[in-house]
Design a binder for this molecule. Structure first.
Ligand SMILES: [Zn+2]
Length: 161
C-alpha cells in the first residue's frame, strides 16, 4: 500500500523548539528544523506506558485544537526519541517536507500496526536506558581506578619514624 501522501490518524507533527515572541509568549520559529511525529490514542483506549512520564499525556494529545507549547521541563518525546516542545494540531502527513526519517518510518508502522509501532518505540527506550546504565557503570569503574592509582603514587611520609 502506498502511504506517501497520507495523513496518519492519531498523530501530530511536532518540532523541537519554540521562540519567544514580542510579549514573551512562545511562537513557532520560521526555521523549525525537522518535523517529528507524536502518536496518541483516543480517550478511553488503553494508554501505552511509553510517554506517560512526559509532561503531555497521550490522552491530552488527542484533544489539542491549536499549537501546543510544552514549556518548562520535561519536553515531550517524539516517536524517534527526539525531544520536542511544539505540537501542531493537525495530523502528521507523510507528504510533508523536512520529515524526520525515523519518525516517518514509525508513522507508517503506526498506521498499519499500532502495537508493533509501540513495541519498537518501547524497545528503543529500553535500549537507551541500558546504554545509559552501562555508561554510568563504566564511568564509576574508571573513577575507582583513578582513585587507586592516586593512592599508589602518593608518596608515603611515614618512613622509619
Ligand atoms: Zn523524529
Amino acid at each position: 500500500m502506498d502511504y506517501t501522501n497520507d495523513e496518519i490518524t492519531n498523530s501530530h507533527p511536532a518540532v523541537a523548539r519554540y521562540v519567544n515572541g514580542r510579549y514573551g509568549e512562545p511562537e513557532l520559529p520560521d526555521d523549525y528544523g525537522k518535523v517529528h511525529a507524536v502518536f496518541y490514542v483516543e480517550p478511553g483506549q488503553e494508554t501505552p506506558l511509553i510517554w506517560r512520564y512526559r509532561s503531555v499525556s497521550m490522552k491530552r494529545l488527542a484533544q489539542i485544537k491549536r499549537i501546543e507549547y510544552v514549556e518548562g521541563w520535561p519536553p515531550l518525546d517524539a516517536a524517534c526519541g527526539a525531544r520536542v516542545r511544539v505540537i501542531l494540531p493537525m495530523a502528521f502527513h507523510l507528504g510533508e517536507d523536512n520529515l524526520c526519517p525515523p519518525c516517518k518510518r514509525l508513522a507508517v508502522i503506526w498506521a498499519m500496526d499500532p502495537d508493533e509501532c509501540i513495541r519498537q518505540i518501547q524497545d528503543r527506550h529500553d535500549k537507551r536506558r541500558q546504554h545509559d546504565q552501562m555508561k554510568s557503570d563504566l564511568e564509576e569503574y574508571h573513577a575507582a581506578q583513578e582513585r587507586d592509582l592516586e593512592r599508589k603514587f602518593t608518596p608515603q611520609r611515614d618512613f622509619g619514624t
